[in-house]
Design a protein. Structure first.
Lengths: 340, 347, 327
């Protein structure tokens, strides 16, 4: 089909050439009667072509918000206060409405957490896919439907289901359908926002495998958002960990797994049981997520950090007064922590 | 991935508004947020004041006017003057007096019905929602049947068969309240039922049930406190509906025909062709009285809605963060483009 | 399908309740209508003693046992035989009602169509641009229209536009010079006479549609699939109409029932202000004349009308919502 660019990208190494997406000092606030809650606080990262960046953190840490901000999907009372988001050298924040509509889905698409909620209940799946296609290209309804059929084959759904409504599909099928929709225009970057959280483990496996295969085949980049760090370790090229709206650690998946530096990352790692291996004691992270309107002074994690105590008073003073800064403490391994 | 090095953040330069430590600030924090929102909205205040004025006029009634409503003491067909604020009608009765006395009746019937409807709706609605099963099926059926009947024709037919002819205002009012309550309870009941159903299935209620708490306690301590705004809503809107219904019946000449109410004043105005003879004061004042009362109730209800449904609030962006940072439109087509930004520029 | 059957069953029950109420109500009144009737027509009765025989089964409440009367009543109802009018004796009720019905349908139909269209459209726009001009204007506008009683609005219109302004004729449903029928002068005259009542009806009912649509749209717009639609880069218009409004219409259709109730109320009141010869006006005059047969017939008609409209709304909902058809 000439209208949709279906070239398969060559698999490029993550550091080759210019980054595909570069986010710099992105800040998103939610306006509440008590004052603005800073959900994303001067966050910066890049994603290269063909790279899979994992974004991890507990609920409410701002990862979904950051992803929405990349596509400028923040609605009031949310507001993107500052930040530069460059996609292939164009600043998304400065795009006109036309450019933005074109940018969306064609360059970057997104898969929401709950596929049921992301689908229009009164339109058939096929109609929703061809919607997206016809909004960006000059294709006839028939051609768009053909493309939708191709996509369904790609993700492994019976193409007869194109005429079904969302409520008629099972959870796994719906998620695949949403993935198919995300692939419709062969975007360069796909944002996966907790794509498997709402599914049971067996289906999770399937979907993940499917995603990996598709990525290997088509070569798009992925921004993989989840609270499940163990998932990211298997799938991603690099991983960034967020806490209270800030990135606290970032490294390659291998490095993060071998040597998690930030105490929060350590806590996350230890929160997930492994199915194989000896039974270990499960450690959670004590405490609750911080109030984003008035976050803790100094290091935001310090109230919950096992490494923060009065036993080491000068360190304690730093931790409670000064915000730590993201620094490269090992090659390619950045962390924002006073311990280093 | 290459995150830039972040410059150390100066802890004293945060952009969040500082936690107030002044006396006024401390006092402000003691006022519950809902009250602040309720009274802080200009429209709501207007409603409260307007209703207060009318209620006051009704209560003070006889003090405010030297005449009796049916005394024919003034000049005939007189437009509003100093002596007769609302003018006089075709038999020389002072319309201001009539309006004030009418207020007593209309408000009494309106509020009385509002409360009665809410009580009935709450009892039946909560029972249906909480007990469930066949009780709910039966009650829901009854509610739906009532809802699907046209209300005014039903009122007309019932009112036609019941004698209002008595001159006793209290008796007439009670009958009117009864009639309006019987025809008007279903809407509130259905809303209360569905809210009760939702609450009943919430975890905290389920926990109380499992813990073996007696039903009455669950209802009064767990369920009802979460329905306060809905109940307030129901009282206000039912009262409004009742005032309008009563006025409508009186206007049609089917209601309390021997009382002086706003509705009967309108009925007289029409019957005496004052609409055609240019005597606007005969119908404008009583009509406005009904309208202002109803509107004040709606405004107060609006205030309650704002408190209970945060999505309806439009929060003004007063923070100082917007100052130096670029304000970026969130959704195209929604709001303005940021000023002073050049396309393709970079920080 | 079972959904429809259940709804149909419900409407049958409601219908039965309505006609039974219609039957029982007059029997609660002290006294016997037939005595009243005999008093009124005593002169005619002297000449023709059997004048009232046909009325006895329906209106002589002591004539037979209650159950037998009920059976007679149901039988007559099945034949749509409402008897003869008291106040316009001996004209059959059906004839009187038949003359009034078209006018009411005309008025109600026209104004409901306008109110629904305008109200729904404005509601969509108001919700889409929260805080914009339309949205901000909605609240005060609907407050005015909802709190001003329909008959007061009608009076104001009648006074300022009709009497003082002289723009439209102030009573009757069509001019005396024209002949009823599908001819242009008649239609034009009918429209001119209907103008003020329609405006009054429109003003009093548009608020309901507006508020309803707006509040449903606000809730719909916060759904994930709207964000998804915008993420897909669909044009604003498409998202607003095909994704948001299409879903928001569903609850709007179900609110039809409530709005219809208000519409009938307003119709009755406004017809009385303008002395427009529809069912509402007829109902009130029949009550004032204690014309029981006529009253019963009109009440029956209004109730059936409302039930039917609700049934149609339910059918429409089943068609519009793919989830309901399966339920």
């Amino acid at each position: 089909m000439a209208a949709v660019d279906t070239r398969v990208r060559s698999r490029e190494t993550p550091d080759a050439g210019r980054p595909l997406l570069s986010v710099h000092e992105l800040t998103v606030d939610y306006l509440t009667p008590r004052g603005p809650a800073r959900a994303v606080d001067h966050v910066s990262f890049t994603i290269g072509p063909g790279e899979i960046l994992g974004l991890a953190g507990e609920s409410g840490c701002g990862k979904s918000t950051a992803a929405h901000a990349i596509m400028r999907l923040i609605k009031p009372p949310g507001r993107i206060t500052t930040g530069v988001v460059r996609f292939r050298d164009r600043d998304v924040m400065l795009m006109s409405e036309r450019e933005l509509l074109d940018f969306r889905w064609r360059q970057v698409s997104i898969v929401f957490q709950s596929a049921m909620n992301a689908l229009n209940p009164v339109l058939s799946i096929g109609a929703q896919i061809s919607d997206a296609i016809r909004a960006h290209t000059r294709t006839s309804r028939r051609q768009a439907w053909e493309r939708a059929t191709e996509l369904f084959e790609l993700v492994g759904i019976d193409t007869g289901r194109l005429h079904s409504f969302p409520h008629q599909l099972s959870g796994g099928m719906r998620q695949r359908a949403v993935i198919a929709m995300a692939l419709a225009l062969n975007p360069d970057l796909i944002i996966l926002d907790e794509p498997t959280t709402a599914l049971d483990v067996v289906v999770q496996r399937d979907i993940l495998q499917q995603i990996e295969e598709l990525q290997a085949r088509l070569g798009f980049s992925i921004l993989f958002i989840t609270h499940d760090l163990s998932l990211l370790v298997e799938v991603s090229t690099r991983i960034a960990v967020m806490y209270a709206g800030k990135i606290v650690e970032s490294a390659t998946a291998r490095d993060l797994f071998d040597e998690p530096l930030h105490p929060y990352t350590v806590g996350l790692m230890e929160s997930f049981p492994s199915i194989t291996g000896p039974k270990e004691r499960l450690e959670g992270i004590p405490g609750a997520p911080p109030d984003l309107i008035t976050p803790p002074r100094g290091c935001r994690f310090h109230p919950r950090c096992p490494q923060c105590s009065l036993a080491r008073p000068d360190l304690y003073q730093l931790q409670t007064e000064v915000e730590p800064v993201l620094r490269e403490v090992r090659p390619g391994h950045w962390v924002a922590c006073h311990l280093y | 991935m290459q995150p830039r090095i972040q410059t150390p953040v100066d802890p004293t330069a945060t952009a969040e508004p500082p936690v107030p430590s002044t006396a006024a600030g401390r006092a402000r924090r003691h006022v519950p947020q809902w009250l602040r929102l309720f009274v802080g909205t200009p429209l709501t205040v207007v409603g409260i004041v307007a209703f207060g004025v009318i209620a006051l006029a009704a209560v003070l009634g006889p003090i405010l006017t030297p005449y009796q409503p049916l005394d024919m003491i003034g000049p005939l067909h007189s437009p509003p003057t100093g002596a007769h604020l609302f003018g006089t009608n075709d038999v020389g009765q002072d319309l201001f007096t009539q309006a004030v006395y009418g207020a007593r009746y209309s408000l009494a019937v309106g509020l009385g019905s509002g409360v009665a409807i809410t009580v009935l709706a709450t009892i039946l609605g909560m029972t249906a929602g909480y007990v469930g099963r066949w009780v709910d099926d039966v009650l829901s059926m009854i509610m739906n049947v009532f809802l699907v009947m046209p209300q005014l024709p039903l009122l007309v037919v019932i009112a036609a068969y019941i004698p209002f002819k008595g001159g006793d205002p209290t008796g007439a009012a009670v009958v009117m309240i009864a009639v309006i309550t019987i025809t008007g309870w279903a809407w509130g009941a259905r809303v209360i039922r569905s809210q009760t159903l939702t609450l009943r299935n919430r975890d905290f209620v389920q926990a109380a049930m499992v813990a073996g708490e007696p039903t009455w306690r669950i209802i009064f301590q767990e369920v009802m406190p979460n329905m306060i705004s809905l109940l307030a809503n129901t009282v206000i809107m039912s009262s409004m509906g009742a005032i309008l219904a009563e006025a409508a019946l009186d206007y049609l000449g089917i209601g309390s025909i021997n009382q002086v109410t706003w509705g009967t004043m309108l009925n007289k105005a029409q019957a005496n062709s004052t609409l055609f003879s240019g005597e606007w004061w005969c119908f404008v004042f009583p009509g406005l009285a009904i309208a202002v009362t109803a509107m004040s109730l709606i405004l107060m209800n609006y205030g309650i809605d704002l408190v209970s449904n945060p999505r309806l609030r439009i929060i003004k962006d007063r923070s100082s963060i917007a100052g130096r940072a670029r304000l970026i439109p969130f959704m195209p087509g929604g709001h303005h483009r940021p000023r002073g930004l050049k396309r393709g520029s970079e920080s | 399908m079972s959904y429809l059957i259940r709804r149909l069953g419900f409407y049958l029950v409601a219908f039965w309740v309505a006609i039974t109420v219609n039957f029982l109500l007059p029997r609660f009144l002290p006294g016997n209508p037939i005595d009243y009737f005999m008093l009124r027509y005593q002169n005619q009765l002297a000449a023709n003693p059997h004048l009232l025989d046909s009325l006895r089964p329906a209106f002589d409440f002591k004539h037979q046992s209650l159950l037998v009367q009920y059976a007679e009543y149901l039988k007559n109802l099945a034949h749509l035989d409402f008897g003869v009018s008291y106040s316009q004796f001996p004209t059959p009720v059906n004839q009187i009602v038949g003359q009034a019905l078209p006018w009411s349908l005309f008025l109600a139909g026209l104004s409901t169509l306008l109110a629904f269209t305008i109200g729904t459209f404005l509601g969509i726009v108001a919700a889409w641009r929260r805080g914009g001009t339309v949205d901000v204007a909605v609240t005060p506008f609907t407050m005015f229209t909802q709190s001003f009683p329909a008959f007061f609005v009608a009076m104001l219109i009648l006074y300022f536009i009709g009497v003082k302004g002289g723009w439209f004729p102030i009573n009757h449903s069509y001019g005396e010079g024209t002949q009823p029928g599908p001819n242009l002068p008649f239609i034009a005259s009918a429209l001119r006479h209907a103008a003020m009542p329609v405006i009054a009806l429109l003003l009093s009912s548009v608020g309901g549609w507006l508020l309803g649509m707006r509040s449903v749209m606000i809730n719909t717009l916060s759904e994930d699939y709207i964000a998804m639609a915008q993420a897909k880069g669909l044009s604003n218009r498409r998202v607003m109409l095909l994704y948001a409004a299409r879903n928001a219409l569903l609850p709007q259709v179900t609110s039809f029932a409530i709005v219809l109730g208000y519409a009938i109320t307003s119709l009755v009141l406004i017809e009385n202000v303008f002395a427009y010869p529809g069912l509402g006006y007829l109902m009130v005059t029949s009550v004032q004349a204690t014309d029981y047969p006529l009253m019963q017939a009109i009440f029956f008609l209004l109730t059936v009308g409302m039930l039917t409209a609700n049934l149609i709304a339910d059918l429409l909902y089943a068609v519009l919502d793919p989830r309901a058809a399966r339920a």
